[in-house]
Structure formats: C-alpha cells, structure tokens
Design a protein. Structure first.
Length: 159
C-alpha cells in the first residue's frame, strides 16, 4: 500500500495482479485489502515469474547448462537480500522462492526452475486458485480506478 494523509483523510492505493491459467496471463486484480488466497501478486513481473507457463526452449537449455543436474552452487541462507529469485531444493525436490543479494546464481523465474529441475510438481497451486478481490477493511471505503485500488478513511475512523 502507498498511503497519504491530508486534511483528516487517509488515501491508500495499490496495484495487484492475479494469474489466469486459461489465458496464461497476469491481469490486474483489484484486491480491496482483506481476505485473499495465494493468487495475488504485488507486481506484474512477480506474477509472471511465479506462474507464466511456456518458457522459451533456448532459455531452458541455457539453465540446464548453467545448473547441471539442478545443483546450485549458492546457498540462499548465506545470501539473503531483496532480489526475488528461485532455488531448487534437492532435499524436498521443490523449487522455492528466495530473496537474495546475488540474483545471478539462481533461476530468474519459478517457471524456469520447474521446467529444468526434477520437481515433484509442475506449477504452483496458488497460480491455479480463483482470483479473489476480497473486501474493504473495516472503516475504509475501497474501489478500483484506472488500474489501482483506492481506499479512503476519514478522520472520524482514522484511529
């Protein structure tokens, strides 16, 4: 949320996305703030990185050569940062989202990890959940405008 307070009114806005498996696209969600499932992403690139199917075969081959047998030289526990990447956990045989300092040592998207590595599943369950816009938080009035959700809270309820 990005919020501003002026003249006793707090206005917040956000822009979320959901993945539509029928079209293989990430679309504006219009999430109102409360009650949601996992098919909710804070940005279009984040949604694509987690869910979009059909990676280019040239990139698949590149990552097969880069991470032979899906053995990753880096350990995300020793590389914490704020770059979202994806790591193959050979113990659980699953691809995991990690936040790291050096993003070049990991997969740039969940899709690449799932395509290249011998995972126990192909795709994230959250990407196949129905989109849910949720409801406004108590005391707030929320609506969608020009691709953003705008929520207002007046001074009387601004506590």
């Amino acid at each position: 949320w990005m919020c501003d307070k002026k003249n006793g009114i707090t206005v917040c806005r956000r822009h979320d996305y959901y993945y539509d498996p029928a079209t293989n696209r990430c679309n504006f969600l219009g999430f109102l703030g409360c009650g949601r499932n996992g098919n909710n992403f804070p940005s279009h690139p984040d949604c694509i990185a987690h869910c979009k199917q059909g990676a280019d075969s040239r990139w698949i081959e590149f990552f097969r050569r880069r991470f032979p047998g899906c053995h990753m030289k880096s350990n995300p526990l020793n590389d914490t940062g704020d770059i979202r990447r994806f790591y193959y956990n050979s113990t659980s045989r699953e691809c995991e989202a990690v936040d790291v300092k050096t993003g070049d040592h990991y997969f740039p998207s969940m899709n690449f990890c799932l395509e290249v590595c011998p995972t126990s599943k192909k795709g994230l369950e959250r990407c196949n959940e129905e989109s849910e816009t949720g409801q406004s938080p108590q005391g707030w009035s929320c609506s969608t405008h020009d691709g953003f959700v705008l929520c207002n809270k007046t001074a009387a309820t601004n506590k």
